[in-house]
Design a protein around this ligand. Structure first.
Ligand SMILES: NC(=O)c1ccc[n+]([C@@H]2O[C@H](COP(=O)([O-])OP(=O)(O)OC[C@H]3O[C@@H](n4cnc5c(N)ncnc54)[C@H](OP(=O)(O)O)[C@@H]3O)[C@@H](O)[C@H]2O)c1
Length: 128
């Protein structure tokens, strides 16, 4: 971890909105735990911000194992911020989705387990 005392966990940090949050936070000196399924994209993020600590974690939040791994990390680290953004969106009517796209949308990323684990530690720190 860098000298910064702020640590953010960002799910879906490998692209889109989550990546934009991760980059904005790293630019402001936050250390990051960056979650996604694409290792190379998380590694790119780490390389782009050498002045802060970026810890990539590959996890599939559509699986119980992936949620458990991220929830354990979220509950055990001194997080100051959680951006729980991972998710799937196909920007067209449901009836026009392929079978694979529909299955992916319905199995979704299970962000609730991550929020449940990260919430109490973050709230506890805010009360002090
Ligand atoms: N963009 C919009 O206009 C908009 C509007 C309203 C709501 N949203 C919602 O905001 C969220 C992000 O949207 P976006 O446009 O930024 O999408 P995106 O570019 O497709 O990014 C989605 C992110 O979530 C990660 N992700 C998806 N499924 C995952 C899984 N099972 N496990 C772990 N990580 C997973 C992806 O990483 P990997 O592929 O590397 O796993 C990626 O980093 C989505 O839930 C979307 O529905 C977006």
């Amino acid at each position: 971890m860098s000298s910064s005392s702020s640590l953010a966990l960002v799910t879906g940090a490998s692209s889109g909105i989550g990546k934009a949050y991760a980059e904005a936070l790293a630019s402001r000196g936050f250390d990051l735990i960056a979650i996604g399924r694409r290792q190379e994209r998380l590694d790119e993020l780490k390389r782009a911000f050498p002045d802060v600590a970026v810890e990539p974690l590959v996890a599939d939040l559509a699986t119980d194992e992936g949620v458990a791994a991220v929830a354990e990390l979220a509950g055990s680290r001194p997080l100051t911020m959680l951006i729980n953004n991972a998710g799937v969106a196909h920007y067209k009517p449901f009836a026009e989705l392929s079978a694979d796209e529909a299955a992916e949308l319905l199995s979704g990323a299970k962000g609730q387990g991550v929020s449940s684990a990260a919430g109490p530690p973050i709230q506890g720190r805010e009360r002090r």
